[in-house]
Design a protein. Structure first.
Length: 338
């Protein structure tokens, strides 16, 4: 292995660049080194790159990837050199009490919020790097079965795995069959396909983009460019990833009694909250990061069983060399391959 490598850095809002940085090495028995071969831009990356979220620039970018294992520590047993794996974005140990409960975002071994491609409480490397050190490899790496197309796995550690978990928890286990999708773009499209795959009876997908609405309609969804203004046909599940306070409030108002509201990120700062109507209707509201390490294996099973084909929604797929410029272009879900 060489002493240096290329790393894709977020330099300032609206600018990324390749940098030559020291290559990582194994530092412990639980580590692995991986080489990303397919990586993707997350929807949350877009406002970060535009300077709209409170995360300052100056770090290696990217947290969605399929990678090849190139080296492992002495105690790693879950993966082997040469395996293709999904990399969990957040760093977690798998042994502390939160990790044992499946709450990998709350790991007490790693600094809180430690995530590849986002400099929160430290610099952890990005999943567009030539080489990445993964601590606690048995917790954070998930081998892709031979029968599964690796291209379908690039977002399973992030939004695809999260949306699979939501569909399973709310539609299958919770019996919530009427779904309001206030998540324009790739997140809502993943969620719409999975909601129907898991037994939803009705999905209203809201997105101003007519091409995205057409895709959702292929899966059986009704669509609209804006949330409905009237409280007709109440929903028992609303999923919001719009970064819009107006849509957040409309989603809450359109839920039936004992409904569940999931907000997947994008809103920052203080927002007004209709506490009394939510209280009277018994609405449960959750705003949270997702615990990817606990979701990936089940999401891999869903892809293997043909319940879900994430690559059906990608656009565009680009060459790795074009990333600094391509990452700034509009896209439903930009995926880069080596």
């Amino acid at each position: 292995m060489t002493d240096s490598m290329r790393s894709l850095w977020f330099v300032e809002p609206g600018r990324l660049e390749w940098r030559e940085v020291p290559a990582p090495v194994l530092t412990g028995d639980t580590d692995a080194l991986v080489r990303p071969v397919i990586a993707a831009r997350c929807p949350l990356d877009v406002p970060i790159l535009r300077g709209r979220l409170p995360i300052p620039p100056g770090y290696a970018f990217g947290h969605n990837a399929v990678a090849e294992v190139v080296a492992i520590g002495d105690t790693v047993t879950g993966v082997a050199v040469g395996d293709l794996v999904v990399v969990s974005p957040e760093l977690s140990c798998g042994q502390c009490e939160p990790c044992r409960r499946g709450w990998s975002t709350q790991c007490t071994t790693m600094p809180h919020g430690a995530t590849f491609g986002v400099a929160v409480n430290g610099h952890w490397g990005g999943l567009f790097d030539d080489l990445v050190r993964v601590p606690y490899a048995d917790q954070m790496l998930h081998r892709i079965p031979a029968e599964v197309d690796p291209l379908d796995c690039v977002a399973l550690g992030d939004i695809a795995g999260a949306t699979e978990e939501l569909a399973r928890r709310h539609v299958v286990d919770g019996g919530r069959k009427r779904v309001l999708m206030l998540a324009p773009g790739i997140t809502g499209l993943f969620q719409t396909a999975l909601a129907f795959a898991y037994g939803a009876e009705h999905v209203l997908y809201v997105d101003p983009d007519p091409a995205n609405r057409a895709l959702a309609e292929q899966y059986g969804a009704q669509t609209a460019p804006e949330p409905p203004a009237e409280s007709e046909g109440l929903f028992d599940l609303a999923i919001e990833a719009s970064a819009s306070v107006k849509w957040f409030h409309r989603g809450l108002s359109l839920l039936a009694g004992e409904g569940f509201f999931e907000s997947l990120g994008g809103l920052t700062g203080d927002i007004p909250f209709p506490a009394f109507p939510v209280f009277m209707k018994g609405i449960t509201v959750r705003l949270a990061r997702f615990n990817s390490a606990a979701n990936v294996s089940i999401a891999l099973d869903a892809v293997a069983a043909a319940k879900f084909k994430p690559s059906a929604f990608y656009s565009p797929t680009v060459n790795w060399e074009d990333l600094p410029e391509a990452m700034l272009e509009p896209a439903r879900m930009l995926v880069a391959t080596k």
